[in-house]
Design a protein around this ligand. Structure first.
Ligand SMILES: Cc1cc2nc3c(=O)[nH]c(=O)nc-3n(C[C@H](O)[C@H](O)[C@H](O)COP(=O)(O)OP(=O)(O)OC[C@H]3O[C@@H](n4cnc5c(N)ncnc54)[C@H](O)[C@@H]3O)c2cc1C
Ligand code: FES
Length: 279
């Protein structure tokens, strides 16, 4: 069992879990993920490592509630345990001195971007971060991201905080501005990543996205996480999760993400019925 050393509610539907997992902490690198299972009957879900502490033997993940497993996880507290915490999985994000890198984070993905931005900065890159959320109440880790960025731009869809609009607007202005941007790393909801890639494509700025298809084993065996990149079939769990956003077949990704929508809906209704939660 893997003990929850700390559970913290970052915003109402996004939670931080610091898990005791020394073997994972020893090897974790930016951009990698773990596959967790709450108990032996639970579904496996992937979550990206947001932070790790080798000395303490802990790994931090940040989870947004969307369906049965993420909502079940949200009911756990500091001191509880989960059955499985497997990783680190996937290929780490490619970090080197590129020059100027723009890191775009949407929603919960600020937690995913944090270790990447930090590692890029440590390599001597100029890091310009763009952080977007639907509204002020869903924003977190603004100060943390600012501390690893040379510049931070914040957007909210509804204008309730900072600049009103989508992350693609300051991204477009940046690539149009004449400032040499050597790479963009965009992580968040698939639709956001698609439009970040579409924004940079005409300017020829390499844009890395972290894909989030359905996964089961996370080790290249089941084929669930199949995506098409540059016309070739790739398995996100072993060939990614980072890919060139200009090469991703986004329509295929969206279609495959919807495969089990009915089952996911039924599963959530069943769980809510069992625990009397009709929210
Ligand atoms: C490599 C990888 C890393 C990931 N890292 C993180 C992370 O660090 N933090 C985190 O919160 N999530 C992360 N995810 C997504 C997370 O794994 C899913 O949200 C989770 O599996 C959903 O399980 P569920 O049972 O709660 O919901 P399901 O019943 O599987 O899905 C419920 C509903 O949510 C939708 N949904 C599924 N996945 C997502 C998603 N990613 N975003 C928005 N809606 C979705 C489904 O289409 C469905 O409508 C990652 C996914 C991948 C592939
Ligand atoms: S999750 Fe099974 S092959 Fe990638």
């Amino acid at each position: 069992m893997y003990k929850i050393l700390l559970k913290q509610d970052l915003v109402p539907n996004i939670h931080l879990f610091k898990i005791e997992a020394p073997a994972v902490a020893k090897k974790a690198q930016p951009g990698q993920f773990v596959v967790i299972r709450i108990d032996e009957k639970g579904e496996r879900i992937p979550l990206t490592v947001a932070d790790w502490d080798k000395a303490e033997g802990s790994v931090t993940v940040v989870c947004m509630e969307v369906g049965t497993t993420t909502r079940r996880l949200a009911t756990l507290s500091t001191g509880d345990s989960i059955a499985d915490f497997v990783g680190p999985l996937g290929i780490p994000t490619h970090i080197e001195k590129f020059g100027t890198v723009c890191c775009v984070a949407g929603g919960f993905a600020v937690a995913v971007v944090m270790p990447i931005a930090r590692a890029l900065r440590e390599k001597g890159n100029k890091v310009i971060s763009i952080l977007g959320a639907r509204n002020k109440d869903l924003l977190f880790w603004e100060d943390e991201l600012r501390s690893v960025s040379d510049q931070l731009i914040i957007t909210t869809d509804d204008g309730s905080y900072a600049r009103k609009g989508l992350v693609t607007e300051p991204l477009k202005e940046l690539v149009e501005s004449g400032e040499k941007v050597d790479r963009v790393i965009a992580i968040g909801p698939s639709i956001m990543m698609k439009f970040c890639a579409k924004t940079t494509e005409p300017f020829g700025v390499k844009t890395i996205v972290s894909l989030n298809p359905i996964m089961v084993d996370g080790t290249g065996m089941c084929g669930c996480c199949r995506v098409s990149v540059g016309g070739a079939t790739r398995f996100t769990c072993v060939d990614g999760p980072d890919f060139d956003g200009h090469q991703v077949d986004w329509d295929l990704l969206f279609a495959r993400q919807r495969t089990y929508l009915e089952e996911e809906k039924r599963s959530l209704e069943q769980w809510q019925h069992q625990c009397g939660d009709y929210s």
